[in-house]
Each structure stands twice: as C-alpha cells, then as structure tokens.
Design a protein around this ligand. Structure first.
Ligand code: ADP
Ligand code: MG
Length: 381
C-alpha cells in the first residue's frame, strides 16, 4: 500500500499519536463514569461521593494506571492490597507482541499468515486454537457478519490512515475474494491451523476482549485483589466487587455527543465483560457520507444496518468484543436473536436515537441523555 518505508514509518507514528489523543479521552470517560455515576449523578456530588468511597474502602487501596497497549488506551483500577497494574500492563503487552499483533512479524498470528502463503500448516498454542475456534463459531452463528479473515479489507479501507478514501469497487471485490472464515482450517486436536491461498487471520474485532479475559485470569491468581476495572479501548472488564459494596457502573458514550458525553450507564455486580462498537469511533467523511471502521463482510463496505452503537455484556471478553461487532453489522432484529443464542445481554442504539435492550439488562441500564428514547419493543426474553 505504501511506496517507501520512510513514509510508512512516519505515517504510522503520526497516526498513532493522533489516535492516542482521541482514545485517551474516550477511555477516561469510562473510568470517570465508573466512579461518578449513580442515581444521584451530578457533577457537584462527585467529590463527596469519591470521599465516601475512599473511607468505606477501609484498609483496601485503590491503584490506578493509564497507558497505551494494543493500539489503544489501557486503564486499570485495582482494589486490594497489592499494586498489580504494572504486571497487568506487561501481560497485555506480551499478549499483543507474542500472539495477537499481525503487524509484529514473529507473533503467533503473523506466523500463521506467513505460513499460509507457502501452503504450510502452523503449529499453534492451545489458547490460540481456542480463540480461533470461538471466532469461527461466532462467524458461523452470525452468518459471516463477524469474520476474522477480513484484515485485508480493513487494510484496503485504511480508515485510520492519514487520508483515507473510498476504494474502487473492483479493488474491494478482489480483496473480498481472498477473505472468508470458511477458508480457515483449524485442527483443535493436532493444534494446527492452515489458511487457503491469500487468506489472512486477524483478531482486530476481538483482541481487546481476549486481553480482558487474560486480565481476569491473571487477577484470579492473586488473593490480594478484591476488585478491578480494566479498560482496553472499547472493551471493559469489571472484576470481583467494589470495596464499598456498590455495583460497578459502566458508562456508554453518547454516540452522537462529544467524546466523554454519556448516553447512559449500566450497573453490574461481580465479574462481567462489557464491550461497545460504534460508528463514531473511527471514521472519515467523503461527499457528506460517513465511512466507519466496522465493515460488512458481505458487501465490503462499512456496515449500514441502522445501528450506530452496540454494547454487549456477557461472561467472556472475546465474545463481548466479537458480539458487539457482529451485532453492529447484523442490525437490530438479527442482533437480538444472536445475543439470545449466546445468553448475552445488549444495549442497541439506532440512527433515530431509539435504544432497545435485552430483557436481562433492562433494569440495570440507567439513561443519562434525554436525546435517546428507551423503547419497549424488546424482541427477546
Ligand atoms: P474497535 O476496534 O474500535 O474496538 P471493534 O471491536 O468493533 O472496534 O472492531 C473493529 C475492528 O475489527 C476493525 O478495526 C477491523 O480491524 C475489524 N473488523 C471490522 N469489521 C469486522 C467484521 N465485520 N468482522 C470482524 N472484524 C471486523
Ligand atoms: Mg469488537
């Protein structure tokens, strides 16, 4: 795509900086809301509420950290008697470099993609096999709305690049021919994987959720952590319990508001994963039309399903992340059916600012912005 390496390097550096700035404020919004939202939510109450929370925490400490990992903002807040935020960051950075990043040439996913060009099967770890199997299952159940092989299409659109433009129809067709989740051949017993000629694997839509799963497994290994909130871009883990015994509160960005403006929040008890996909996160405009980063693998163009934001809540990071992308592509009715088949909950927002929730989360969702109308047409449960 690029003609010389220097351009490639500069391009990447500029792009990274730009994205970091943008996402930092988006990430902060989530954590801010976690400590400040509540039934009596108001800016003025915030200081008092924080004070109460701290004193109720007893000998528990609160450790916080904001950094950059997996091409996005990482935020962690850990409650307990040991600061594990640095270890957590290292763990995620290792996961990215050793396994998930297809830009790092000796990562596990890059090896799979390289080997497939020469027609060889690659030996993979048990974790990698598990992530691939879960991704293929989701691809099948979503009828290809979620497709872990559309990396080449993402590259073609280059939406996060400096000057993205709509690609030619013929180029989209050509790339789509190489994609397709049924071109992935996974042997879960032999722990090998091979891909049909030209096909590549990419965990772009589920990698941050995989990171949240890894974070939870890590925290489970420490008796000194009683609760935590971990955000990796739009994927969040709420773990254990808050020292003050209150529910975790996870904010949902107003998809048409400024970064940090909230549409509502969800109250959750215990460990849960929450992921949001929206058309406002990464996009460019051409001829007055918005082209965003969630692509419909059937058309090769950004998904236009009538939805502008989808939040999924469930017991797996990979699935909450993957399902939010899949549901965004599928549109309201099919999305609600898919969520039901996975026993997951969701909050879906359409372009007319109507909000629909699954039955299990309805009483845990509190609207903040009056621009959005909570509709009662629950199609499931
Ligand atoms: P974000 O990366 O902002 O968290 P998502 O989790 O929705 O958003 O994932 C979007 C990313 O996943 C895109 O940047 C692209 O790399 C990839 N992607 C886009 N559309 C799809 C799709 N239909 N299926 C699988 N991966 C996708
Ligand atoms: Mg996703």
């Amino acid at each position: 795509m690029f003609t010389n390496d220097r351009f490639k390097r500069n391009h990447k550096i500029n792009n990274r900086k730009k994205k970091y700035r943008y996402l930092l404020s988006a990430g902060l919004a989530v954590v801010l809301a976690l400590s400040s939202c509540g039934p009596g939510y108001s800016g003025g109450d915030r200081k008092n509420r924080l004070k109460e929370e701290t004193s109720a925490a007893g000998n528990q400490e609160e450790y916080s950290r904001t950094d950059f990992v997996m091409d996005t903002v990482f935020q962690a807040k850990i409650y307990g008697t040991e600061d594990l935020t640095e270890d957590l960051l290292e763990l995620l950075s290792r996961l990215e470099k050793k396994e998930l990043s297809w830009r790092i040439s000796d990562s596990e996913i890059a090896r799979v993609n390289q080997d497939s060009q020469s027609g060889t099967a690659t030996e993979i770890s048990r974790d990698f096999a598990r992530w691939t199997a879960a991704s293929l299952d989701l691809a099948q159940k979503s009828e290809g709305a979620f497709d872990p092989t559309i990396g080449l299409l993402t590259n073609l659109w280059n939406i996060e690049g400096e000057n993205p433009v709509v690609p030619a129809e013929s180029e989209i067709r050509k790339v789509l021919d190489q994609c397709g989740w049924n071109k992935v051949h996974l042997d879960e017993t032999a722990l090998t994987i091979s891909l049909d000629d030209g096909c590549t694997l990419d965990f772009g839509a589920s990698g941050k959720g995989i990171g949240c799963d890894a974070a939870a497994a890590f925290l489970e290994g420490s008796r000194r952590v009683t609760g935590a909130v971990v955000s990796i871009g739009g994927s969040n883990l709420v773990y254990g319990s808050k020292p003050d015994g209150e529910a975790w509160k996870v904010a949902i960005q107003d998809p048409r508001g400024k970064t940090g403006e909230l549409m509502g929040y969800i109250s959750l008890e215990g460990t849960n994963y929450v992921s949001t996909s929206g058309d406002y996160e990464k996009y460019f405009e051409q001829d007055g039309k918005r082209y965003h980063h969630i692509l419909d693998p059937h058309t090769g163009y950004p998904a236009r399903s009538g939805l502008i934001s989808v939040t999924v809540i469930c017991g797996s990071g990979l699935l909450s992340d993957g399902l939010s992308t899949a549901c965004f592509v599928l549109g309201k009715e099919k999305a609600l059916a898919l969520l039901e088949s996975y026993g997951a909950e969701g909050i879906l927002v359409d372009e007319n600012k109507n909000v629909v929730t699954t039955g299990g989360i309805r009483n845990r969702y509190t609207p903040i912005s009056s621009d959005y109308k909570l509709t009662d047409d629950e199609l499931t449960k």
